[in-house]
Design a protein around this ligand. Sequence first.
Ligand SMILES: [Zn+2]
Ligand SMILES: [Zn+2]
Ligand SMILES: [Zn+2]
Length: 300
Amino acid sequence: MSTSPAVAPPGELRGACHCGLVRVTLPETAAGVVLCHCADCQKLHGGAFALFAADRAAARWEGEEHIRWYASSAANERSFCARCGSRLAKRPVEGSRIMVSAGLFDLTLHRQAIKNLWVEQKPAWTEAPRVGPISPQDFVALALAEPIQSDVAQYGYAMRAASGNLRPPGVIALTWITAADAAERERIRAHSRQNVEDFLAEPGFISIVTGFTGLRGFTVTAWEDEAAMRRALGSHHAQAMKELLGERFVASVWTSVWSPTRINRLWQRCVSCGALEDMSDDHRDCTRCHAPMPERPAFW
Ligand SMILES: [Zn+2]
Ligand SMILES: [Zn+2]
Ligand SMILES: [Zn+2]
């Protein structure tokens, strides 16, 4: 008796164990499938093992009373359905991520495998499947599902969206925002995707570097001048601010706008002779060998 997962609500993925007593719901934005060839997975799953990396807080379980946890190592626990024995998930004893068995989602999981783990422990009777290419969405989801912290350093992901505007920045906006939990972080990310689209429509926008480390998001955004920034912030950003001020949304936030004390020269190496050329004024020929210089990078 195999129970297929019920039809998922939009934006969510639903999985179930073999007997259907245990069900799990994950946001559609959860990371792609990783294939683990480690010795523990071979024993515990009786074969090759596909895992789905997710934020522990974002996974909702039903039938939790039927879930049993087993300490598979000092660092990890594994769970299974007490009735049918389906392997459900692996989670580190400490940490915020969970690896949910990809098999629970049947054919509803339209994902490519993006990574092979522990290939050196793979038995000879199986081949490591071809993986990738990893999409920006999968990369982000994976970085968010496995937030790494080491002493004072927190790791995460970053992205840059550039307009191609080569003018020097007149103002830089520097912001950070912390989400109360993973669900809030998804909401913040949805807002910032919309913001970036608005920014790209403004001619005075130069580029943005933005990302998340753990629950903390940040942006470094360059503009030709403050007027350009104000025009771009007019549309969607105003709506986001209304939600932030009118609802219980985000744990803390700081924004600022900076103007330069000094803008230094922009140096680029000549591909022909290797000279480091001052490209601030957009000149096109190398002053040493007179070969044409490649188009210079944006200031930001
Ligand atoms: Zn079951
Ligand atoms: Zn494994
Ligand atoms: Zn040259």
